[in-house]
Design a protein around this ligand. Structure first.
Ligand code: IPM
Ligand code: MG
Length: 354
């Protein structure tokens, strides 16, 4: 098959890890006779430096026209001034919104061979295998009114948590469809004891649930879900939740895997186009040192093969190669290796096992 892949390496360690993922994609494509064409585009802080905007029009046009987008990370101390008019993160939010990628899929399945890395007791992590589906284009991130005003009582800031029923329906439906192919349990996370938007969320989740009688639906309040993720993580199968709750819970869930450097994500919309990125950030402290773990990005590339290109076998091959490399003790510094591999060596270790 032929496909166009837009790369937005971004800032910090982004370019280093994206490069390894690209080499893995090229190796897989070659083995299977696929033709992948790559193009590189500015997004985030590097785009602000070059063009004064976090998401240049050229980048959006190229990503919209591509079959898939592979992103590194955006942001860094250089652009962190709270007074700044433009921020790297705006590029990420803008591209998600502009491409209508409303579903952020974050699988969490710790590698047994790395269980020692988790700060949790081994029995809390054993058997953990769930996926969080985070709503990505609504809620507090995008709701209006939004902004700051001076009032007689003082300076006031407002963000708005707003959802319309169809936005909830499409994401909850996706959660049920995924659960059907898994252990058939959906945990819908909300704050229905306090928030009106959550009461609508819960009502819609129940309605959608009726269309999937083979899948069990449970509701959980976000605060108690945060606790249960630590105490009873193996019980979860598919978690579905609104934007901000999902942002917080997925960072928490990453702790189960032991290193933020290992986890991939996919942002999906109605069509095949998706945006794939590791869940870690730009890690400015280690940028340019060649020591970042490329596994989260390589596994994101595997999700790209699966969800945007429909290449399930190839995706599984990449995942198996990563699994084998890790099992055989091929580890970067974040995995606590005594003689850690560099970013390139880790990428190489995965490619050799394809
Ligand atoms: C994430 C990140 C982003 C988010 C930031 C960088 C805007 O934390 O992808 O989880 O909040 O969505
Ligand atoms: Mg986050």
């Amino acid at each position: 098959m032929k496909a166009n892949i837009a790369l937005t390496p971004g800032d910090g360690i982004g370019p280093e890890v994206v490069n390894e993922a690209r080499l893995v994609l090229e190796a897989v494509a070659q083995r299977h006779g696929h033709q992948l064409k790559f193009s590189e585009h500015l997004l985030g802080g590097c785009a602000i430096d070059a063009q004064g905007t976090a998401m240049p029009d050229e980048t959006l046009a190229a990503c919209a026209a591509a079959d898939a987008v592979l992103l590194g990370a955006v942001g860094g101390p250089k652009w962190d001034d709270p007074q700044a008019k433009v921020r790297p993160e705006q590029g990420l939010l803008a591209i998600r919104k502009a491409l209508a990628l409303y579903a952020n899929v974050r699988p969490v399945r710790p590698y047994p061979s790395l269980a020692r890395l988790s700060p949790l007791k081994p029995e809390r992590v054993a058997g953990v295998d769930f996926v969080v589906i985070r709503e990505l284009t609504g809620g507090l991130y995008f709701g209006t009114p939004k902004g700051r005003t001076m009032t007689p009582e003082g300076e006031r800031a407002v963000d708005t948590l707003v959802y319309t029923d169809w936005e909830i329906r499409r994401i909850v439906k996706l959660a049920f469809e995924m659960a059907q192919k898994r252990r058939k349990l959906v945990t819908s996370v909300d704050k229905a004891n306090v928030l009106e938007s959550s009461r609508l969320w819960r009502k819609v989740a129940i309605e959608v649930g009726r269309e999937f009688p083979d899948v069990k639906l449970e509701h959980q309040l976000v605060d108690s879900c945060a606790m249960r993720l630590i105490t009873h993580a193996p019980q979860f199968d598919v978690i579905v939740t609104e934007n901000m709750f999902g942002d917080i819970l997925t960072d928490e869930a990453a702790v189960l895997a032991g290193s933020l450097g290992l986890l991939p994500s996919a942002s999906l919309g109605a069509g095949r186009l998706g945006l794939y990125e590791p869940i870690h950030g730009s890690a400015p402290d280690i940028a340019g040192k060649g020591i970042a773990n490329p596994v989260g990005t390589i596994l994101s590339a595997a999700m790209l093969l699966r969800h945007s290109l429909g290449l399930e076998k190839e995706a599984a091959e990449v995942e198996a190669a990563v699994n084998l490399a890790l099992q055989e003790g091929q580890h970067t510094a974040d995995l606590g290796a005594k003689e850690p591999l560099s970013t390139t060596q880790m990428g190489q270790a995965v490619r050799e096992r394809l």
